[in-house]
Design a protein. Structure first.
Length: 384
């Protein structure tokens, strides 16, 4: 059953809405924000145009509550008083100030008006317009705010705070989190928004590099260093002035861990087979989904390297702990596929545990978009 929060003092409007949509719940909001529904109560909003002046006086408070609770629902604005029709027409030109997208005017006897309202009540689409409200993502302490990190979960806000503090540091960053939480994506954003953005960025998955080739891959070789060896520029030289992501850092051998520790400390390395020092000017991002402290206890990871890398550390929360961010995560993909999400589909997405995190979520949405023939993605279209 769909549930709607009606911001109005017109009891007749509530009765009208309840009549044309008997299987929905219409809750009248009394302008007491202490009684505002919580974010898990899943209401969509209907605003009475005659109350907008009163709402405007409390607009900041209303925006704050709507952003926290209804970021995934479209808002409907209704004008049912004939004397207000002229001003309502003029109001449409600057309705974005209120975050309103769906605006309808008409009387209770108007069949076309009634049909449009009934259609909205039957299937309130999800929207992300509320996330674009002025002031929603503004924080005086955040001077750098990449749109890719939009979201309303508390964990995401902490991630944004760390992003701003770390983005232009020269220190290595340890990025931890479960598989699929976006560790590589976060590293790319750090590089993109840093002073090094114009210089090379590269990522290398240490799980895919054989132990015998890791040193030459990272540090490079000189001709004749070993049988068949040619002159080779390593990843650290390739990304000089830029950034290098060492993904799956826990898979690095103990020998290479000691090399990496020395490099972090001295900023100097030697190509394989050479005695000429090379200055390192790459910023290191180290990512892992492993428990490094547990690996230290078993002797599989160097404790001194761990403490060196964790000077700056970010932990990306699993998706199950930030379910309310799902609309923001899938917005670009839905826009690209020209699809809209229904409330039922959102509810189904929210109820799932997402063991594969964001990677699984995006794969799910791609699959659903490909298999659905409609512009709307309904709950039956969501395939896990």
């Amino acid at each position: 059953m769909e549930r709607f929060l009606l911001i109005s003092r017109n009891l007749g409007l509530k009765a009208f809405l309840q009549k044309i949509a008997f299987d929905t719940e219409i809750k009248l909001f009394d302008f007491n924000f202490d009684s505002f529904p919580g974010k898990n109560e899943n209401y969509a909003i209907i605003v009475d145009y005659s109350c907008l002046k009163e709402i405007k006086a409390k607009l900041c408070n209303l925006k704050k509550h709507c952003a926290a609770c209804f970021a995934f629902k479209e808002t409907l604005c209704l004008c049912v008083e004939r004397k207000l029709f002229p001003s309502f027409g003029r109001f449409k030109s600057h309705c974005e100030e209120f975050g309103l997208k769906n605006l309808l005017n008409g009387t209770f006897e108007d069949f076309d008006f009634t049909s449009k309202v009934a259609s909205f009540l039957k299937n309130p689409r999800c929207s992300f317009q509320i996330s674009k409200l002025p002031g929603f993502r503004t924080n005086k302490n955040l001077q750098i705010f990449p749109k890719e990190l939009a979201g309303i979960a508390a964990q995401n806000f902490q991630t944004r705070r760390l992003f701003e503090k770390f983005v232009n540091s020269a220190e290595p960053i340890l990025i931890c989190g479960e598989s699929g939480t976006g560790k590589g994506y976060f590293a790319k954003l750090l590089h993109k928004h840093s002073a090094r953005a114009a210089n090379p960025y590269r990522e290398i998955n240490m799980a895919n590099v054989p132990e015998t080739l890791a040193e030459s891959e990272l540090l490079g070789t000189v001709k004749g260093a070993f049988t068949g060896a040619d002159q080779r520029i390593g990843c650290f030289e390739q990304t000089s002035g830029g950034s290098l992501l060492l993904d799956e850092i826990a898979c690095m051998s103990m020998y290479m861990q000691s090399k990496l520790l020395q490099l972090c400390e001295t900023k100097i390395f030697y190509r394989l087979g050479s005695s000429t020092p090379v200055k390192m000017d790459s910023r290191i991002f180290a990512a892992t989904n492993a428990d490094l402290e547990a690996l230290i206890k078993t002797g599989l990871f160097r404790e001194d390297l761990y403490f060196r890398l964790k000077t700056l550390q970010v932990h990306l929360a699993p998706l199950r702990q930030r379910i309310e961010d799902i609309p923001f995560l899938i917005e670009p993909l839905l826009a690209q596929k020209q699809k809209l999400l229904t409330a039922g589909a959102y509810k189904k997405l929210s109820a799932y545990c997402w063991p594969g995190n964001i990677r699984e979520l995006l794969a799910c949405i791609k699959r659903s978009c490909l298999q659905s023939d409609s512009v709307l993605l309904n709950s039956c279209d969501i395939l896990f």
